[in-house]
Design a protein around this ligand. Structure first.
Ligand SMILES: C[S@@+](CC[C@H](N)C(=O)[O-])C[C@H]1O[C@@H](n2cnc3c(N)ncnc32)[C@H](O)[C@@H]1O
Length: 243
């Protein structure tokens, strides 16, 4: 696999700037996941630089991870506590670990990094295989908003300073449910490209993939603080249970 279809592509291209761009974490996310963990063991798919896993591990919860990108995991390893979290380099569509886990979680829209329906459904099936009976799979995803795109494209100015400008240039394929984008920064050093591709799915499609894997939706909120989910919600936190 090459380019966007390579599971390591995103992480390898973003690792050096990931923490400075995406460092924020809602403390309610850690509370929420800790509450589901039963003390562990828990598995984070797409663990990345440990933004969520490290605070969970600091609470005494046994956490391990899977990620496709060695460059992202190297960033995790360089942080306090990072070396003690076991991480398997591999594809989250196949969940290359044995388990069983009390909780598996996949946050920050990372499920949508699997770029076709079959790979997303495969992820649900693989998660079901490593969950203990009654165990939970928690995901955090945006709710698609295709009205953002005008005839399949969108250009946004994300930042302008005295020395730089940052643009996000996106293409939308409504048939593939795929958004392909470049975040382009122009500064005195030249032009820098950060590529990203997503295959989005509505909550109903995710629920169907889960059900086909033997996972039942038990909770859905608009955020980690359990805000009510409704038709106006821009994101969801959903919990599926292995029956
Ligand atoms: C947006 S980051 C999220 C990282 C972390 N979960 C967080 O919340 O900060 C997405 C992560 O997914 C990983 N990733 C992308 N595709 C993957 C795949 N097919 N299998 C495993 N990891 C993958 C990337 O390497 C990256 O670390």
């Amino acid at each position: 696999m090459a380019g966007f279809d390579d599971p390591a592509f995103y992480g390898d291209r973003w690792a050096e700037v990931y923490d400075e761009r995406d460092a924020g974490l809602d403390p309610a996310a850690v509370e929420f996941l800790a509450g589901l963990s039963g003390g562990g063991p828990v598995l984070e798919l797409a663990i990345g630089t440990g933004r969520v896993a490290l605070p969970l591990a600091n609470r005494g919860i046994t956490v391990e991870g899977v990620d496709a990108s060695q460059a992202m995991v190297d960033r995790l390893r360089a942080k306090p506590g990072g070396p003690s979290i076991p991480v398997t380099i591999g594809d989250m569509a196949q969940v290359p670990v044995r388990g069983p886990f009390r909780l598996v979680y996949l946050v920050f829209n990372s499920l949508f990094g699997l770029l076709d329906q079959a790979r997303q459904a495969g992820c649900f099936a693989s998660v079901a295989r490593v969950l203990e009976p009654g165990g939970a799979f928690a995901i955090e995803c945006f709710v698609p908003d295709v009205a953002r795109f005008d005839r399949g494209q969108r250009a946004e100015t994300l930042a302008v300073t005295e020395d730089s400008a940052t643009l996000r240039l996106s293409r939308h394929d409504a048939v593939q449910q795929r958004i392909t984008m470049q975040i382009v920064t122009m500064d005195e050093h030249g032009m820098h490209l950060r590529p990203l591709a997503l295959r989005y799915a509505w909550p109903s499609e995710l629920d169907l993939m889960a059900a086909q894997a033997g996972l039942q939706l038990t909770e859905r909120y608009a955020g980690w603080a359990r805000q009510p989910f409704d038709a106006a919600s821009a994101q969801h936190v959903s919990v599926y249970q292995r029956t």
